[in-house]
Design a protein around this ligand. Sequence first.
Ligand code: RUB
Length: 313
Amino acid sequence: MLLNETADQIRSMKIRGAGRIARTAAAALRDYAETFEGSDLGSFRHGMDEAACTLLATRPTAVSLPNAVRFVMKAMDGTGTVPEAQSAITKAADSFLLSSKHAVEWIGEIGARHISDGDVVLTHCNSEAALACILTAHRQGKNLEVFATEVRPRNQGLLTIRTLNDAGVKTNYIVDSAVRSFINDVDLVITGADAVTVNGAVVNKIGTSQIALAAHEARTTMLVAAETYKFAPRSILGERIEIEERQTDEVLDPAVAATLPHVRVRNPAFDVTPARYVDEIVTEMGAIPPTMAYIIIRDHLGWGIEEFHKDFE
Ligand code: RUB
């Protein structure tokens, strides 16, 4: 697929979910690099920078996207010829794809240990990482029941219930606003994340923070399943995560909206759950309290403040 087509598919959400977006971007940069013909390293780098910008502009919230793009683009540092740069990019992209796949598997293993036989688990949206925990526990023979939300307005819950149904997991499908009615029947909430900031706040599909509040009130455990490449390095500068606000026609028929001149439709795609409502974040490095986010950003992802010095020059 051409790079622009890939970018369109991410923008239009044919490819969606933070992990998939990151892997798709890494693979797109690799494929784009391989199509370059010529020997001028400057033109090659320039083309790669443009490709990276095109991918970064697709969706603003999932931090996995800039983290994956940076990981692949950084591989060009120190290369002296186009073939060297191409091969470094291919190696980095392939290594990202493999480590992302392993990260989700590890999260599944670690998350499954938090699920006991007979547990009722609630999940929101369609998260590979959250589903990995549930499906691993199911494969281990634990008897589970899941509540899955509808996820207005894009109904990603349909993807989730199909996967759970295909795996033979007993599942209840509920509208988003029914969460509080059922939360006392739930032992554990597991969601994914699009970003985790340095203060341990979790950015995920709109509605996650209401679910976390309901879980907190009911003393139900709230787990977030997130690969470490969803942790946001720039949050150590105090930068906020941009919350994507999508087209209003996803929420209200434009013909109806046209009859309501005093009504403004809002459609934020994500919200922020403060760290105090999250019991643990299950990463491939282990389950951590959200307050350990800085350690992940600095020691595991390798982003100290010195990485940002050029921003201040
Ligand atoms: C998807 C969403 C998912 C996270 C984590 O939103 O909020 O919970 O991206 O998913 P959208 P994963 O459908 O708008 O992309 O664990 O698969 O990375």
